[in-house]
Structures are given as structure tokens and as C-alpha cells.
Design a protein around this ligand. Sequence first.
Ligand code: BYC
Length: 483
Amino acid sequence: MSASILNVDYSTKIPNNVNLTSDRQVLKALEGWHPGYLDWWNDMGPEGFQESLVYLRTAISVDPKGWAKFDYVRMPEYRWGVLLAPQDETRLVNFGQHMGEKAWQEVPGEYRAMLRRLVVIQGDTEPASVEQQRHLGKTAPSLYDMRNLFQVNVEEGRHLWAMVYLLQKYFGRDGREEADDLLRRRSGDEDSPRMLGAFNEATPDWLSFFMFTFFTDRDGKMQLESLAQSGFDPLSRTCRFMLTEEAHHMFVGETGVGRTIQRTCDEMKEAGIADPKEIERIRALGVIDLPTIQKKMNLHYSLSLDLFGSEVSTNAANFYNAGLKGRFQEMKIEDDHRLTSSTYPVLKMVDGAMTMVDEPALTALNMRLRDAYTEDCAKGVERWNKLIEKTGVQFRLELPSVAFNREIGEFKNVHATPKGTIVDNAAWASTKDQYLPSLADGDFITSLMKPESEPGRFAGWIAAPKVGIDNKPGDFEYVKIAA
Ligand code: BYC
């Protein structure tokens, strides 16, 4: 593979590895969109830190082994680029009714609307998350964490660019309109909200941010993996490179929650508190008690499950049949990749009871992806449990039932406890605060969110990381805060 495919052209205003200089029309369209993007970033991006120098990685290549360069950057000057994984000329459509055809380099006319919708939904989540997290810099527990937040933010910005490139290049005038709308909608706005539920929720504190990057970015991973299977090759190549960036976001979430847990358990031991349910005594130590961490987890997991859509979905079947959106790791699955006659077990509400029902595999694709997601989440939760176990504290975190706190799909009209018991409205109303963060829990967590901006120091509720970013020493100044 030649270096020119892997490396990024930084000589143009919009860094890219898709040869934009010889694609004048698209370059012009993207240059036309650029000022609006910068206005959006300045208005809706990290509040109060736009002038600060942040030690960020920037992609300089799409080579999996060495694509990033680290340096101090002011975020509005970050070089958001259009980067696609290299093209494989021999690639085929690998599933659905067009299986075996050459992968498409242009949008198939009959699937234009469907494909545009998938690209727009994916694109909409990226700026939404930046909006949700924009106020968190002010309460960062360390410069290390602040830098990680900003890294996640600029890369979500780049993921928006990735989708906007597809819209501008392949969808003509309506693609341009959609690209403008991506800058118009706002997370949580009453009149013009973001498209998917979880992206209109608040991210009020750093524990929420870590849970979001663990659970919601992991939905991103599953969805991007599925879109990376697409027969529409530019979408596949775009998503493949996005996935390499996504890994760091989930790392931030997993280690962030892990370090919170570590600190709580260490402080409990130090104070001689054995019972994790002694919430008031534990909180008095200035750390977040494990039952509250469980509640935050219940909330973010259930919000993220909603992002998979309905368990049984003709949309999902159509996306698959058309060859636009595959299954998680489609090529590792051994079957006919058409799913014309197979079935898949789906958990449904039947006569008021949760029951496994075999559904046609084609319409059960959202359920299947969600199952893979749950499995992936469970592994991370087990790693957190290992941390707790090592400290000797007796407590286990558990993913709640998939019926718990749902707004989309089979369980949207019932109330279920985290254990999966269906309860009536009155029982739900009186016990809900045991399962989900209450206002008082939120106030307590907020009270801990005091910024710590001395290099090498960490707020009292969170442990230091084991290693620095880019192997930097513990007291490295990850953000030079502008006065
Ligand atoms: N909220 O057949 P259904 C990420 C709508 S995260 C609101 O059940 P379908 C990231 C649906 O649009 C990954 N509406 O579901 C993470 C449809 O509307 P229409 C983002 C919802 O279509 C962190 C109707 O209900 N990427 O990257 O099979 C930070 C019936 O739909 C919701 C993608 O999601 C909801 N939760 O599946 C930054 C990939 N769920 O058509 C970034 C692209 C469903 O009747 N999207 N609806 O008007 C898709 O693959 C699918 O559209 C969905 C929904 C999985 C989202």
C-alpha cells in the first residue's frame, strides 16, 4: 500500500486523505460549510477553554500502527480532517440480497434515502455529545482528565466532519441541506432537539461523562462496526477509521469509572468501613458510594439500550437486505449472510410476562446487535468488579435487566426493576429513587465536582491513572489554561 493513501494531506484547509484538491466541487462545498462549523464549535464546544493549549493527538495517517501525533493545540485550531481507511479494490458486498456484487463506490439510487438517513443519524450524535459535555471542563478533576475530555470532544467533531463529507460528496443538494441541519439542531432543545433520545439528556457531572463514554460510546462502537460492514464502500472506510479513535473514548470511560471505584474502596478501607451501604459515612469521606455508582450505571446503560431501536424492526431488516448496514463482525459469522430463513430469539412482553420468542433473524437484527453490546458491557463491568474485589470490599456491580427504564421497544410501556420484575406505576414511583440517581444523589455528586488544575493533582473522589497519555510523567501539564 502506498504511503500517499495512508498519509494525510495537511496542505489544504481541510486535511484529508481523499484527494480533495482534485475534487473541486466537494472541496468548495466543505469550505462553504467550514465557517458554520467553527461558529458552532465556538458557541457549543468546550466552554471557557477555547484559548487554552491542550496536549492533543491529531491523526496524521490512517495506518493502525501509528496514526497520531501529539502536540499542544488550541481547540478551535485543531485540524479536523476527512480520513478514510484505505480502499480495497477487491471488496464485495458481503451480506443481503446483493451479496457477492462489487462494493459500491457511488450511492445506489434505490437506497439513497435509506443511506442518507443512516448517515444523518450517525452524524447527529457526534455534535450532540460535544454539546452535552461542553460545561465539564470547569469541574475537571485533573488536567489529565480535562485533556481526555477535550480529546474526545475534538474527535467527535471530526466524526461529524466524516459524515458531512459523505453527505456533501454523495448526496448533492439534499446532502448539503442535511449537513447544515446537523449544525442547527441542539442537544436538549425543545424546538430542535438531536435525533436520538440519549443525546438529549444532560451530562451533569464527571461520573456521568465516564458512564456516557463507557456505555454510549460503546453503542457508537457497535453501530460503527455494523456500518463498517456496509456495501457502500465510502461509508465502510469512514467508519473503520472512526473506530480506531473510538477505542480511546471507551478507555476514558472505563478507566474513569474504575478510578472512581478505586478511590471509594481505598477510602472505605482507610476509614474502616466494611459495609458499602453505609452511604452517609462513605459520602462524608468525600467519595461516591458504590450504590450510587450502580444507580448511575443503571441510568446510562438503559438510556444506551434505547439507541438500538426496537428489538423487532423492519427498518433494520431493510438496511441489511439492501447491504447497507451489517451485523457486528459480519464476516466472522458463519451463515448464509442473507438471513432469509433463520430465526433469532427475542425477549418480548407476552401477556404481561417477559418471554423469549423466536423471530425471523432479519427483523431481529437490532436485538442481536444489542445482545452483542450487552456482552461487551458485561466484560467491562466484570473488570470493575475485579477492582472492587482486590480491595476486599464486598460489593458487585450488575447490569440491570434490559426491561429496566426503557423508552423504546418492547418494554417501553412497562415498569421493571433492575432484576427484571414487572411492577405497577405506584410501586415504580415509590421505589424508582433506589434504582436511578435521585435529585439528592445528583446534588451530592455535584458537591464533589471541584476543579483541580494543579499538574499531577487529582480531586479527592478519583484515583490517579496508572499511566499518563503518550507516556507522559504524572505531573505533566496536559492543559495550559489560558487566563
Ligand atoms: N430515539 O425500527 P426502529 C455514537 C426511531 S452512537 C429516537 O425501532 P431502527 C456516539 C427510528 O429512527 C451510534 N428515535 O429502529 C456515541 C424510527 O423512526 P422513523 C449512532 C428512535 O430504525 C457517543 C422509529 O423510531 N449511530 O456514534 O431499526 C458519542 C422506528 O425505528 C430511537 C447509529 O445509531 C431512539 N433511541 O434503529 C458520540 C447508527 N430508536 O424511521 C457518538 C445509525 C429508534 O419511523 N442508526 N427511533 O421516523 C441506525 O442504525 C438506526 O436508525 C437506529 C434505530 C439503530 C438508531
